[in-house]
Ligand binder design. Structure first.
Ligand SMILES: C[S@@+](CC[C@H](N)C(=O)[O-])C[C@H]1O[C@@H](n2cnc3c(N)ncnc32)[C@H](O)[C@@H]1O
Length: 290
């Protein structure tokens, strides 16, 4: 069956659905882009028009087709050791977190990579964590990656990459060898760096995506809020505030900011970069740079 053309009206319906359900803003006239990326879904599903496709998504209680739509319109770009300055700040915060945990008599550490794509960010955080040596003995550690794209989750679980995932290493063969086993032209992450990591499918606008994870110590949510409406950002940030420990830290991408977008988090400088902490939970000290 040949798929139908996408009318302005179809586009308006789908654009609104994508904003409402996924939080993603399709800026400018993305009608041709949307048509090019999803027309095959109409054929696969045996639907004649985009209006049928829209109705199909709405009538699907499993929200599977919504996830499939998301995987066709979102950017999955990611790579290992992205934004080293943030990773260095994360590394120094691990020391603070450990001190605080020991003060509280706790031995549990939870980290989230939200919108984890194919896992490079979550595994990078694990490399930093393992190399810190701070949480090696008697610690209950878990890093969880969440993404709406099931293909990305599958790739993350495989932990097998190509050179494209290492662009920030500038061909540093020593680092590649330290973390990966070369299998033909593919790099398989060593088992040591795959432990204590789990990936799950979820829509981060939905509080259900975070079920069972609280309290979390650090959330990385980078390079996804940039695509979101302010309303969606507020919903996502509310979910973060609900599952983050009062002393926890939130990292967003270096080109993203929560300033003037939420009053749930306040910015704080760590090693010259901004991280966010829950507003008002630890007195007014941290709110000083607002
Ligand atoms: C550009 S990647 C970011 C990957 C990684 N955080 C990084 O910075 O390298 C954006 C990811 O966001 C995911 N995504 C988009 N909307 C989402 C949503 N509502 N819930 C969960 N994941 C979402 C996409 O599937 C994609 O994998």
């Amino acid at each position: 069956m040949k798929s139908n053309v996408m009318t302005e009206e179809d586009f308006a319906l789908l654009k609104d659905l994508v904003r409402r359900e996924l939080g993603i803003l399709l800026k400018g006239d993305k009608r041709l882009m949307l048509h090019a990326r999803v027309s095959h879904r109409l054929e696969i599903l045996g639907l004649a028009t985009y209006r049928d496709y829209y109705d199909f998504i709405l009538s699907d209680p499993s929200k599977e087709e919504l996830s499939t739509l998301a995987s066709h319109i979102t950017n999955n770009e990611t790579y290992f050791f992205r934004e080293k300055v943030q990773l260095d700040a994360f590394s120094s915060l691990l020391k603070e977190i450990k001190k605080e945990k020991q003060r509280r008599g706790q031995n549990r550490l939870r980290i989230l990579s939200v919108a984890s794509s194919s896992g490079e960010e979550a595994y990078t955080l694990n490399v930093v964590l393992q190399e810190s040596g701070l949480f090696a003995w008697d610690w209950d550690v878990m890093i969880t990656g969440i993404d709406i794209n099931r293909n990305s989750i599958r790739k993350a679980e495989e932990a097998t990459y190509t050179r494209n995932s290492f662009r920030s290493l500038n061909g540093n063969a020593e680092m590649l060898k330290r973390y990966f086993i070369l299998d033909n032209d593919r790099y398989v992450l060593r088992k040591f760096y795959r432990k204590n990591i789990a990936f799950r499918h979820g829509n981060i606008l939905d509080p259900g995506a975070f079920t069972g994870l609280a309290p979390v110590d650090v959330i990385f949510c980078r390079n996804v809020l940039i695509y979101m409406s302010d309303e969606a950002t507020e919903r996502i940030v509310r979910n973060f505030a609900d599952c983050l420990d009062d002393i926890g830290y939130l990292f967003v991408g270096t080109s993203e900011s929560l300033i003037q977008k939420t009053n749930r988090f306040a910015p704080e400088y760590v090693d010259g970069i901004i991280v966010y902490r829950k507003h008002g939970e630890r007195g007014d000290k941290e709110a000083a740079i607002w």
